[in-house]
Structure formats: structure tokens, C-alpha cells
Design a protein around this ligand. Structure first.
Ligand SMILES: O=C(O)c1ccccc1N[C@@H]1O[C@H](COP(=O)(O)O)[C@@H](O)[C@H]1O
Length: 237
């Protein structure tokens, strides 16, 4: 299990931003590559170059829809990452092969809330949890077909059910901002939080003021949750 809550920021646009995030205390940095509906901000070569410059202790995470387990392993090796967020529908055979080939890779599987019934997501948890290190719940946007970097929240009560059910840590993502992250943590009780578009300025770069407030609010909520009752999402909205 994780020693500390994860605070991840995704969608790094360049080296300067990556280092500014590390300096702001962000431990996990998400690099999206080989996506479905979104364009890439960085090439694979540029991503590898930036990752090689990160300070010790920073955790670069490959975020990808790659579905071929060998290609996924090769990409992780090429980039020099030890953590992968799997958004594509890797078949069980592929997932087993990836786990066997990379026992030390921190494997996070995305669960998209709102695209399928909750019972199907719980069935996926049952099937895949033994092969994974963590899950991440994210939002489905029917307008764009995107299931990541949507800037939209989903049903936090559903994510809370997944947290209670899953035998592995669950990270919460989807429309998180400095303003809503504390409430999200209080309701869902995840093992970590992850945000992308809610931390950007108008030019699409991370606003470091928002990043710092996001981290502060998230950590404050994580530190408080053990003393209080779990909030009911329906009471809060
Ligand atoms: O970050 C991305 O660009 C991305 C693209 C495709 C799939 C997943 C992606 N990232 C994940 O999406 C969440 C939430 O984004 P947002 O805060 O709603 O904008 C992000 O934290 C990444 O884990």
C-alpha cells in the first residue's frame, strides 16, 4: 500500500513546467502519450528527455491508451518510467503478460465512471485487481467521447463505492480544482488525486498558484479525513 497520498498533476507541456511542478511539491507527474481523442503536447523523444532531467524522488507516470502490452512495455522502458496509467482496453491476456514481464512496474488502471454501469466497473475491479497496483477513476464526456482530461467531475458517490470495494488504492481524477478537491477527498476518500485541465491558465500552461492551492487543499483534506465521518455525496450537492 502507499505510504502517503498521491498528488499527481497531468499533461506536462515542457521541461520548465515539469521542474516548476516538482519545486511546488508535486510528487507524481503525468505524461500523456498515444491517446485516443486528445492531441499530444509532447513527442515521445521530448518526454524521455524531460524525464531524464527530473529530480530524484519525482515519479513520472506514462498515461496512455496503448493496448499492445509489448508496445506499452517498450514505451515505458524507452521513457524511463516505473509507473503507467493504463487507459486502453488491454485484454486480460495482455495485462497478465505485462505484469509477468514487469513485476516492478506500478500499474494503474483507469475506471471510467459514467460510461458503463457501476456494477461493470466493480466486476473489472474483481478481474484485474490482482494484476494491478492501483486504480484511477475518471470522467466520461459524452460530448467529446473523451475519458480523461475532460475537466468535468463525475458521480463522486460512485467513485466512493469503488474506493470501498477495491482491494487496491484508488486515485480520483476528473474535473478536480483547488476549489473542489477538499470536498472530493472528503466524499470519495481516495488514495490520491490527479488533475490536469483545472490547473491550467488561459494559455494551457499550469498556473502555479492553482497548483500550489490544489496541493495544499488536497493534503489538508487527506490529513483530516480519518477524524471525521465519510460525507455523503447526495447531501453535498
Ligand atoms: O491528461 C491527459 O491529457 C489525459 C489524456 C487522455 C486520458 C487521460 C489523461 N489524463 C488523465 O485525465 C485526468 C483528469 O483530467 P482533468 O483534470 O479532468 O482535466 C488527469 O488527471 C489524468 O490522469
Amino acid at each position: 500500500m502507499l505510504k502517503r497520498p498521491i498528488v499527481q498533476v497531468a499533461g506536462i507541456v515542457d521541461e520548465e513546467e515539469a521542474h516548476a511542478l516538482c519545486a511546488a511539491g508535486i510528487g507524481w507527474l503525468g505524461f500523456p502519450l498515444r491517446l485516443d481523442v486528445h492531441p499530444q503536447d509532447l513527442s515521445e523523444e521530448e518526454t524521455r528527455r524531460i524525464i531524464a532531467t527530473l529530480p530524484e524522488g519525482a515519479v513520472p507516470v506514462l498515461i496512455t491508451y496503448e493496448t499492445d502490452w509489448r508496445a506499452l512495455k517498450d514505451l515505458a522502458d524507452f521513457l524511463g518510467v516505473r509507473a503507467v496509467q493504463v487507459h486502453g482496453d488491454l485484454e486480460m491476456k495482455g495485462l497478465r503478460a505485462l505484469r509477468a514481464a514487469c513485476p516492478d512496474l506500478f500499474l494503474i488502471k483507469s475506471l471510467v465512471v459514467g460510461r458503463t454501469a457501476l456494477r461493470d466497473l466493480l466486476a473489472t475491479v474483481d478481474l484485474t485487481a490482482p494484476l494491478l497496483d492501483a486504480f484511477i477513476t475518471d470522467t466520461y464526456d459524452p460530448e467529446t467521447g473523451a475519458s480523461g482530461a475532460t475537466g468535468k467531475v463525475h458521480d463522486w458517490e460512485a467513485s466512493g463505492r469503488i474506493v470501498q470495494y477495491a482491494p487496491k488504492p484508488v486515485i480520483l481524477a476528473g474535473g478536480l480544482t483547488p476549489e473542489n478537491v477538499a470536498e472530493a477527498v472528503r466524499i470519495v476518500r481516495p488514495a490520491g488525486v490527479d488533475a490536469h485541465t483545472g490547473l491550467e491558465d488561459a494559455s494551457g500552461r499550469k498556473d502555479m498558484g492553482k497548483v500550489k492551492r490544489f496541493r495544499r487543499e488536497a493534503l489538508r483534506a487527506f490529513s483530516q479525513w480519518e477524524s471525521g465521518p465519510r460525507a455523503n455525496a447526495n447531501e453535498r450537492r
